[in-house]
Design a protein around this ligand. Structure first.
Ligand SMILES: [Zn+2]
Length: 551
């Protein structure tokens, strides 16, 4: 009985710990102070002529490439300009890729890895460059995430003192980056309008189009919502995309494409069932349409192969004749622009200088983090091995005292049934990619649903395996055996993955691990809860039988 109580206590501690670790894992991936923001942005102005009086940059949230065709307004812009397929950046979530588009820095280097990023983004942005050039930028959106992700405490700017050689250690002091709720925040947009879809958007868009902001950023969230609700292959998603085409055709009806330019793209696509975050082709491929002043008509995917979202910001900067955002890791898509040879070369030279500096910073940070990761890994592996040895010692003692018994049936049926149920559900109903998540879901929360079913399977098969044992002592000894194997079988893999992927997360584990790491932690929680429930049931079942038995 004492062994059983010990397992319940140990199990519950394990469950809470693992559950918390699983829930926190995604948040741990956020970097408050990535190496680039500790660096002075490279903002040398290449000094090329302004190609477009104004630029309209449209981000259609969740618009996948193949569903961006057969739309009257989009197709007309393609005919007049450039039709490209571009790639989004992993993890293919919204906020990380708004940052990719507007700063030219992908999630791995910007530190904005999920939609839960809570610290100010101090990466140099298109908005920073616009203001530095005395220009103005406006936005209209039906989704408030875009202005919000770029809010900064008033006066806070990208670092202004830096030398690559100074980067000798990583500065990831999270508390310093957190914005107090009452902080005096500043929007990077001179005119920001958060409006209802679609009427409010069309109205605000029309007003901004008639205004004078040099750059106007539109973010439309409606297709992403439809994708999450009904899937990227659904008629509802298609209808939402058509509505975007229509709303934009009305908002931009009066702009003069001989003077102004339009750039349309998306932050990520959607799976057929709905979801994104991983590296599925339908999630990574996004449209990139450019038309109007400064755009060389007819240039396409063959002229600019391998275009990425991080190339959008420097390309928009070139259209406006200003310096590209200075932390950027993308290139100016000069082959799409109406630049003469001299101007083109100036842009290329400026890109080369910026990329050399920023790539060196990112490489240096990755080197420094490798050293830290190795150090943390060794410490954690030692802890896991030590814990396993302690646990085996405890069990050998319990076996000798006959309070714990290991049987083949437990090893071959009960525990495998738990794993088959759990990982089977993740692989079939979900998938081993962050794209398994529906809208706004939390990874650990989503996995916990599968864990609950697996927990039921564990309790059910345990009761079956323990049936017909003659005494409470015998039942409990076997139940203890199941409990121990269940806890070990889930805790050791969880411990090993915890040990293998320690912070700092200067790089991000791949899409499979992004699911497997929280999944094994949630498995510990499910197994522990299942074990506690089983042991309680055992005592209850045996007790009621003993009472019901005559004489
Ligand atoms: Zn999105």
């Amino acid at each position: 009985m004492i062994v059983a109580i010990a397992f319940v206590v140990l199990g519950l501690i394990g469950a809470v710990q693992a559950g918390l670790a699983g829930a926190d894992f995604m948040l741990d991936l956020e970097e408050a102070r990535p190496a680039l923001v500790q660096a002075k942005p490279v903002t040398t102005d290449p000094g090329t002529p302004r190609l477009a009086r104004r630029v309209f940059l449209v981000i259609v949230d969740g618009l996948r490439f193949d569903k961006s065709y057969e739309l009257p307004f989009f197709d007309e812009l393609r005919r007049r300009g450039v039709d490209l397929e571009a790639s989004s950046h992993y993890p293919t979530w919204s906020r990380p890729n708004y940052v990719s588009i507007l700063t030219g820095v992908p999630p791995l280097a910007s530190g904005v890895r999920t939609n839960h990023h809570t610290t100010p983004v101090l990466i140099d942005s298109l908005m920073d460059r616009i203001h530095a050039s005395g220009m103005r930028v406006a936005t209209a959106t039906d989704y408030d995430a875009l202005p919000r992700v770029f809010l900064r405490p008033r006066g806070q700017r990208p670092a202004d003192a830096y030398d690559v050689a100074d980067l000798t250690e990583l500065d990831d002091e999270r508390p310093s980056g957190i914005v107090a709720p009452d902080a005096d925040l500043e929007s990077p947009f001179d005119d920001g309008r958060y409006v209802p879809w679609p009427g409010g958007f069309t109205e605000a868009g029309t007003a901004l189009a008639a205004g004078s902001a040099d750059l106007v950023v539109f973010l439309v969230g409606a297709p992403d919502a439809a994708g999450h609700a009904k899937g990227g292959a659904s008629p509802e998603y298609r209808e939402a995309v058509r509505e975007v085409d229509h709303a934009l055709s009305r908002a931009l009806a009066r702009i003069d494409l001989t003077l102004d330019a339009v750039v349309i793209t998306s932050d990520h696509g959607h799976t057929d069932r709905g979801g994104h975050g991983g590296i599925e082709p339908e999630v990574v491929a996004v449209p990139l349409i450019l038309a109007g002043a400064g755009v060389r008509p007819g240039a396409g995917s063959t002229t600019a192969p391998g275009a990425q979202l991080i190339d959008v910001a420097p390309t928009v900067a070139a259209l406006l004749g200003i310096a590209p955002p200075g932390h950027g890791l993308g290139r100016t898509l000069v082959e799409l622009l109406a630049l003469d040879d001299t101007a083109r070369q100036k842009r290329l030279d400026a890109d080369a200088m910026r990329l050399a500096v920023n790539r060196a910073i990112v490489a240096r940070a990755s080197q420094l983090s490798d050293a830290l990761v190795n150090e943390h890994r060794t410490g954690r592996i030692a802890l896991v091995i030590g814990g396993a040895i302690l646990s085996i010692g405890f069990v050998l003692f319990a076996i000798r005292r006959k309070t714990l018994r290991l049987r083949l049936r437990t090893g071959l049926v009960v525990i495998p049934a738990f794993f088959v149920a759990y990982f089977g559900l993740i692989g079939t109903i979900g998938r081993f990619s962050p794209s398994l998540l529906p809208a706004n879901a939390h990874m650990a929360g989503q996995l916990a649903k599968y864990g609950l079913v697996a927990m039921g399977v564990l309790v059910g098969t345990s009761m079956w395996a323990l049936r017909n044992r003659p005494t409470l002592a015998a039942r409990l000894a076997e139940a203890n055996g199941i409990a121990w194997i269940g806890l070990m079988a889930t805790m050791i893999p969880a411990g090993l993955l915890w040990a293998l992927f320690p912070p700092p997360y200067v790089t991000v584990p791949g899409p499979v691990f992004l699911v497997v790491i929280p999944a094994v932690q949630v498995a510990v929680a499910a197994a522990a809860a299942g074990v506690a429930l089983m042991l309680a049931l055992e005592v209850f079942v045996f007790g009621s039988r003993a009472l019901g038995r005559p004489g």
